[in-house]
Design a protein around this ligand. Sequence first.
Ligand code: PHE
Length: 446
Amino acid sequence: MKTARFSRVGFVLAAAGSAVGLGNVWKFPYMTGENGGGAFVLVYLATIILIGVVLFLGEVIMGRLSRKDSVSAFRNLAPKNGHIWKYSGLMVFTGIMILSFYTVVLGWIFKYIVISFNNLPVSATESGMLFGSIIGTNVPNQIIYFSLAFLLTFFIVSKGVKRGIERINLILMPLLILILLVLLIYAINLDGFTQAVSFMFNPDFSKIKGMTILKALGQAFFTLSLGVGCIMTYASSLSDNTNLYRSSLMVAAMDTFIAILAGLIIFTFTFHFGVEPSGGPGLVFVSLPPLFNEMGTFGTIVSLLFFIALAFAGLTSAISLVEPSISFIINNTKLTRFQGLVIIGIVTYILGFMALLSNVKDLKEYVTFFNTGFFDILDFLSSSILMPIGGILVAVFVGFFIQKDKLRALLVPDMGEFIFKTWHFGIRYIVPFGVFLVMINQLFFS
Ligand code: PHE
């Protein structure tokens, strides 16, 4: 099947749609809050620059050279032993794992769109209770919103209206940035802002403990959609004349900018309302709504637009999580696109359902393993283990098994010889060894 190619901006749009999502606005702030603030941010930023961007470009290249799904990319590009390398491409299934808890959170966002209309909490305490009841006690309601998020994602993928959604994103992503900027202006005038800045940018290294470094690395992978074949799959339909280097930099810069912006805003209001920064996955849902309420009618509108824009950012990421496994199934099995979607859908729904239950007060014990709820297990396993492993495989493959001349021909016109050499060194050595060392060190020695 010949797939349609992206226009020049099309790839940037799709890749940014994948990268910018709940990871930036929901996950980054609460991970920062849970892992001690500045030191976490510092490791995160270092990882984005030294590993994230380098690897992002590596995935783009694999997609662009193979023009196929990840499994076929590894198989076809390997000079020999393609039948072994192809198993690396199975990283696409990590996407399903992420998608399952991602749709649960997307469900919470849908719920907050409705709440924006008439139920915004007046205080931080009320806000905390509201969020607690949404995820912890009001189970049928949560199942409805989760199912809605799930159905919408699969509906969009099955109808092939992804491009349409991305076009809507062309309006909604700038809108999200605009709302964040409005909130930032509001935030700057509050006392909490100085505290937020110092919390995020004044690293206290004594706060680095346990898995902090691995989690920061995992967050960098998560936010740039790395190590699951998403970027590779999108890059497989790149047009020939796209500037790979510039596109990759643009996506990474935009993604990081949005995360930092979201962090500053959320921590300002966290401190302003006296919410605990280490409050976990509820942070954005607890700290922002009382603020929207405080802003009056204008706040209702801002709240509505904020959650709608966030829902779209999340939806485009969710879609990108299904795409790689679907394109693998179509290219490598006899199943049709629809059959593939049904299978992936069933697995996602079951895993997501279990993740949802693991936050429910009376039921969590049934979905808790090794003292950890299923939601957290899926998150940790995907971000801190499977994505980094996927990343190492891509880096080793691109660095050592794709001919340097081929890479040079593709990249040097855009980035020049010096940056190319630095990049090649990075993907050969810094990425694989860096990620490997962090994993070993944190998993076994912390
Ligand atoms: N990058 C997305 C986000 O930040 C999540 C994602 C991870 C999407 C992996 C695709 C692949 O929300």
